[in-house]
Write a protein that binds this ligand. Structure first.
Ligand SMILES: N[C@@H](CCC(=O)N[C@@H](CS)C(=O)NCC(=O)O)C(=O)O
Length: 252
């Protein structure tokens, strides 16, 4: 998508609430320049919040890619030119020329994971990684629905309670099993970050920042999963990305 993007409208679904304030994201910010991957560069087109744009961004940061954010100035004007009328979009360029445009955040994530060595080499591990990715996607969907998909206050409270009291404990219990099986390294496979660790980090960073006491006590039940989150947070490139002042806020 070479189209110019305009205006600053942020649809409600794209605007997660956050207790932590960040500076607003400029419409075009170069966030990593230490690329060693040929002449490819990337653009993540998304609204000026983390939302569904965050997984593609964090993969690019981890991969040391040359990439930048593009925030539409007028979503209404460009919506129709996108593949599904939605963001995020990934635009890949080679020597500055657009070669590929891809929609759907999780498809984008899988594509970038294949480029930046985030898929286990062993085919069985690779497909297991994909099934873990899908289990994280279920939690991601439940979080989005509970916090942004329900208008009625009472129904929203019930969905958040179900999330904390049922969905998250179950997810953490089964996830912990995978991690313990891999020697409590805090990685799902061998000793290295793969796509599901990055996805888990994106989803749980949001939950952590809510500072809800229920989340704090839950994370005590899953010490290896906590280690996983730290493994991602402490990765040199991710740590740098997380402290960038113009990192997108959860909410404008
Ligand atoms: N399944 C899609 C969902 C994308 C989506 O819901 N995008 C929302 C923002 S989070 C959007 O573009 N909303 C604007 C609109 O629908 O006009 C994905 O994961 O990329």
């Amino acid at each position: 998508m070479g189209a110019k993007r305009h205006a600053e409208e942020v649809p409600a679904a794209a605007a997660p609430a956050s207790p932590k304030k960040h500076a607003p994201l400029p419409s075009s910010v170069k966030t990593s320049a230490d690329a060693k991957h040929d002449h490819s560069s990337y653009e993540v087109h998304y609204f000026g919040v983390r939302g569904k744009g965050e997984l593609p961004r964090i993969i690019l940061a981890y991969g040391g890619a040359t990439w930048k954010n593009e925030v539409p100035k007028s979503w209404a004007e460009v919506k129709d030119s996108t593949p599904f009328g939605q963001l995020p979009l990934l635009v890949e360029k080679n020597d500055g020329k657009e070669v590929f445009c891809l929609a759907q955040s999780r498809t984008i994530a899988r594509y970038l994971a294949s480029k930046f060595d985030l898929i286990p080499k062993d085919p069985t591990d690779a497909i297991l990684a994909d099934s873990i990715f899908e289990s994280i996607a279920e939690i991601d969907d439940a979080v989005s629905r509970a916090f942004y998909g329900i208008k009625d206050e009472e129904a929203k409270k019930t969905a958040i309670d179900v999330l904390f009291d049922e969905k998250l404990p179950s997810f953490l219990k089964f996830n912990e099993r995978f991690l313990v099986k891999n020697g409590k390294t805090g990685f799902y496979f061998s000793n290295k970050i793969s796509l599901p660790e990055l996805f888990a980090f994106v989803v749980f960073e949001f939950l952590e920042e809510l500072k809800d006491a229920r989340f704090e006590s839950l994370s005590k039940l899953a010490p290896t999963f906590k280690k996983l989150l730290n493994n991602v947070r402490e990765n040199t490139r991710i740590a740098k990305y997380l402290t960038e002042v113009d990192r997108a806020p959860f909410k404008n």
